[in-house]
Design a protein around this ligand. Structure first.
Ligand SMILES: [Zn+2]
Ligand SMILES: [Zn+2]
Length: 357
């Protein structure tokens, strides 16, 4: 399988345009036309990850944290040189995987056995667009199907979403034009106005689909970004505490299920026997989401809380570790690659530099 085909498959579950603007995701090292049969997945591309790829004969490493984050102006990093020397490509899926429908956080919820209710925040790097197009009456279905096939019309867990209403369009064909319905002077035509939502990542494909199926020489359409986000995506999750576990039991759950030997519980005025009804979770660094979590939940499980973030928190916190809250996604990435027909190995948890840190 060529790397570019793998990237196309990735667009299906973690579109790269969902990543935050400051992020660096996708193919970071390698040639998109390279053939791959074996891959290694890991959280960080460290020495052990590269050595493992060499050892098992993998042509690709898929990581969560980007190997290259800031702009570089020379290639002297021994890890990069080693990758290039051995012809090993690197794909990183970072914040696009954090906010995707099946996200780092969904995998974390599954690991903890928690039932998800909603997203914690709808923040993504994606822009959502309202799109309006006019279509002659007889061509509505054909154009609408092409638009849906391009990925437009997705709202939360529903696809094929659109609205259409009958309108009367007018036009006058100028010299050099080739109108669908020919006539003199200002013409009237029975049309539909077709409206739908489309993600920025699908906008180009949608316009292409319109150009390929619309009967007009110059289809009339416009689109504009909206200020709300597609509920299909978001950062962090709010879960139900179905099993009625107390704060101290939840701390133990993080230890057992995430294999963090010492998750830290900050009670912030609550008793360790307190049973939260709703639990907010966010893999990685969740400190900036504490105030949102406070509005939607009674406990927040994440990593990397700073002294002042903890100090100002209005709800109890469990710092289960940046590494440990995100590591479960390494298994998920391997499963996705196996579904594509590739052989995929994981870099074991205790082989990561982040585990022993
Ligand atoms: Zn992450
Ligand atoms: Zn992270």
């Amino acid at each position: 399988m060529e790397i570019k085909e793998i990237l196309r498959e990735i667009e299906g579950f973690a579109p790269l345009t969902l990543a935050m603007s400051w992020d660096n995701v996708g193919l970071l090292v390698g040639d998109a036309s390279q053939e791959v049969s074996k891959a290694v997945t890991c959280l960080d591309v460290d020495d052990n990850a590269v050595n493992k790829a060499i050892e098992v004969g993998a042509e690709l490493i898929v990581s969560h944290h980007p190997l290259i984050f800031r702009a570089i102006n020379r290639i002297t990093n021994p890890l990069l040189l080693k990758l290039i020397e051995h012809g090993i490509a690197v794909i990183s899926l970072h914040t696009n995987l954090d906010v995707a429908p099946k996200s780092v956080n969904q995998v974390l919820a599954d690991s903890l056995g928690l039932t998800v209710i909603e997203h914690l925040s709808h923040e993504t790097g994606n822009t959502w667009h309202r799109f309006s197009l006019t279509v002659p009456v007889d061509d509505l279905e054909q154009v609408r199907q092409a638009i849906f096939s391009s990925g437009a019309g997705l709202i939360g867990l529903y696809d094929n979403c659109s609205q259409s209403h009958r309108i009367t369009g007018t036009y006058r064909a100028l010299e050099g034009s080739n109108p669908y319905i020919k006539g003199e002077g200002t013409m009237s035509v029975d049309e539909y106005e077709l409206e739908f939502m489309v993600d920025e990542s699908r906008l180009g494909a949608t316009i292409e689909a319109i150009k390929n199926t619309h009967p007009y020489e110059t289809p009339a359409f416009y689109h504009y970004p909206v200020s709300n986000a597609n509920p299909a995506y978001g950062l962090g999750l709010v879960c139900e505490n179905d099993s009625g576990l107390s704060l101290s039991q939840l701390q133990k759950l993080c230890r057992d299920k995430l294999h963090n030997p010492a998750p830290r519980l900050y009670l912030l005025g609550k008793d360790a026997a307190f049973i939260p009804q709703r639990i907010a979770i966010c893999g990685g660094s969740g400190g900036s989401l504490i105030s949102v979590a406070n509005r939607k939940a009674d406990l927040f499980i994440s990593g990397d809380f700073s002294y002042h973030q903890i100090f100002d928190s209005g709800l109890p916190l469990i710092d289960a570790g940046h590494f440990f809250t995100e590591y479960p996604v390494v298994h998920y990435l391997a499963e996705k690659l196996q579904e594509m027909g590739l052989e995929a190995d994981i870099l074991e948890m205790d082989k990561h530099k982040g585990y022993i840190m």
